[in-house]
Structures are given as structure tokens and as C-alpha cells.
Design a protein around this ligand. Structure first.
Ligand code: NDP
Ligand code: A1CAB
Length: 275
């Protein structure tokens, strides 16, 4: 991806997933800088990916074409304020990955009219199977839009959104989504082990089944409903299991969970944006 440089402010879980995916996609390690207060975190990132690391946020953004703000929402205000002038000078596109933090608040904290792309990626970016929603403010140039898109496309699927508010829904569906599937895997593995399978066998069967179902749903012309019906023989085993799940109102529970996550994203925006 040419010779553009990208700086990550915060080198935690999500930054690690994005960096790993970018490098696996051929992005040059020497074009990636990470600034994080933890020396341990920096050492581990430098060792694993060969990226440049440091503890000085302002120094890290110098000359960068894109600055990814990958800190927790609760420290975003402090980080954005501290970087304000540097960001204004650099002309870099700011890419925020924080849940809830709204673009107008981020711009206010930075204290300048800077180009901002607000995104919501997810951790499978590490294995280049991420899913990212993006929203650009009107100061983002076409080139910067392409840069933000190509960074996120290097690690998976990208979906641009017309309105920023939809990012809370993206957060609730795909940002947090990997955790829902991991929970299902944990539960299925536990259940498999309780009906007699050795735990390792149960885990392998569950993971391969999850992979197979997702791959099939992505590659098939049929929708998941049709694919599900094909597994479900009348009077068979799947029917019995699906009836149990429907009787327990799994769908309503999932909707409740997604609404709760979206509400929490909005709440974070309200709470932290009011500062
Ligand atoms: N995890 C996920 O699945 C996803 C997370 N996100 C978003 O990504 C962001 C980061 O989340 P996640 O990676 O999970 O969090 P982590 O806590 O793993 O990473 C944040 C990192 O930022 C560091 N940090 C804290 N203060 C500063 C500072 N002033 N300057 C530079 N770095 C700092 C932290 O160091 P220390 O720990 O020492 O404080 C930590 O290493 C959040 O805003 C979250 O909403 C978005 C999509 C998915
Ligand atoms: O749980 C969180 O708040 C972050 C945002 C989406 C995934 N993890």
C-alpha cells in the first residue's frame, strides 16, 4: 500500500488486530508507528510485528498520513486535546475506532476543523476477516477517504454509512458481534462435552461448524433461513433443537442484546461527549 505512514495512538486489543491484519496484507511494518504508555505493550508489538513504538503521542503523529485513535472512549478526550495542534499541523486524516464517541465531540476536543473518519471495526481484523462501518465528516478529501477505506479493506469488509448515528447499530451488531459468536461457541462446546464428547473434540467440531456455516452462508445464493431449513429434516434432530431454541425465545433475546449494546454506545456518546 504505497509509502503512506499510519500512526496508532493506543496499542491494545483492537490496534493489535488491525496492525496484524495490515501486515499480513503486505503493509510495510516500517510505515506503522504505535504510541502506547505501556512499555510492555510496545515491546510486544515491536517484537511480533516489527512496527516502531514509543510513548510520546505527539512525536508519533509527526509526518503521518493517517492517525488511528485506538484508545478507550473514556480517555479519548484527553488524547484528542493533547494531539490537537499536532493533528492540525500534520494534515493527517484522523481515524477514530472508539465506540460511542461522536465526530463533533472529537472535533471539539481536537480544537480544529480536521478531517475525521469515524469507524467501527472488529477483532477478526487480525485474521483479515474483519467487518468495519465507516462515516466521514465533510472535511475528508477523496484521497483520505480512499486511504481510510484501503486500511480497513486490508483487514476485511468495509461498509460506508450515510449517517453517523448508524455507527451505534454497527457497534452493536459487528463491533461487539464476535463476542456473541464466541459465547455461542463456548456454550456449544460445554453442551457437547456434557453430552459425552471429549472437550477437545467438542471444541474442534464446534469451531469447524461455525466456520463452515459462515463460509456457506457467504458463498451461497440462498439466505441463512433457507440454509437452515435444509439442515432441518422434518421430524429429525435439528427440528427438535431449533424448537427448543425458539421456545426459549432466542430471537427476542438477541434483539434485546443488540438494543442494549446500541443503547450503551449512545449512552457513552452522551456521557463522554458532555465533557
Ligand atoms: N476490542 C474490540 O473488540 C473493539 C474495540 N473498539 C474500540 O477500540 C478502542 C480500543 O479498545 P481496545 O483495543 O479493546 O482497548 P485496550 O485497552 O486493549 O487498548 C487501548 C490501549 O490504549 C492505551 N492507552 C491508554 N491511554 C493512552 C494514551 N493517553 N495514549 C496512548 N495510548 C493510551 C492503553 O494502555 P493501558 O492499558 O496501559 O491504559 C491500551 O494499551 C476503544 O475505543 C473501543 O471502543 C472498536 C471495535 C472493537
Ligand atoms: O465492548 C466495547 O465497548 C468495544 C466496542 C465494540 C467491541 N468492543
Amino acid at each position: 500500500m504505497d509509502n503512506r505512514t499510519i500512526t496508532f495512538i493506543g496499542g491494545g486489543n483492537m490496534a493489535r488486530s488491525l496492525i496484524g491484519g495490515l501486515i499480513a496484507d503486505g503493509f510495510r511494518a516500517d510505515a506503522i508507528r504505535v504510541s502506547d504508555p505501556s512499555e510492555e505493550q510496545c515491546r510486544s508489538l515491536a517484537q511480533r510485528f516489527g512496527v516502531t513504538t514509543g510513548q510520546d503521542n505527539l512525536a508519533a503523529i509527526e509526518g503521518a498520513n493517517a492517525v488511528v485513535l485506538a484508545v478507550k472512549p473514556q480517555v479519548m478526550r484527553q488524547v484528542a486535546s493533547e494531539l490537537g495542534e499536532g493533528l492540525q499541523r500534520s494534515g493527517a486524516v484522523v481515524i477514530s475506532i472508539a465506540a460511542g464517541i461522536r465526530e463533533p465531540d472529537l472535533r471539539r476536543w481536537i480544537g480544529a476543523e480536521v478531517p475525521i473518519v469515524r469507524t467501527m471495526p472488529n477483532t477478526p481484523s487480525l485474521v483479515q476477516t474483519g467487518a468495519t462501518g465507516l462515516f466521514a465528516n465533510n472535511l475528508v478529501s477523496d484521497q483520505q477517504r480512499d486511504l481510510a477505506e484501503s486500511l480497513m479493506r486490508a483487514v476485511g469488509l468495509v461498509q460506508w454509512l450515510d449517517t453517523e448515528a448508524l455507527l451505534d447499530a454497527v457497534t452493536a451488531v459487528s463491533g461487539s458481534g464476535p463476542a456473541y459468536f464466541f459465547l455461542l461457541m463456548e456454550a456449544l462446546e460445554d453442551a457437547g462435552s456434557r453430552v459425552g464428547l471429549p472437550r477437545e473434540t467438542a471444541r474442534l467440531l464446534v469451531l469447524q461448524t461455525a466456520l463452515g456455516a459462515a463460509k456457506m452462508a457467504l458463498e451461497s445464493e440462498d439466505d441463512p433461513h433457507t440454509l437452515r431449513r435444509r439442515v432441518t429434516s422434518p421430524g429429525g434432530t435439528t427440528e427438535r433443537a431449533i424448537n427448543t431454541l425458539e421456545d426459549g425465545d432466542l430471537r427476542a433475546l438477541i434483539e434485546q442484546a443488540v438494543r442494549a449494546a446500541a443503547e450503551r454506545a449512545a449512552e457513552l456518546g452522551d456521557e463522554l461527549g458532555a465533557q
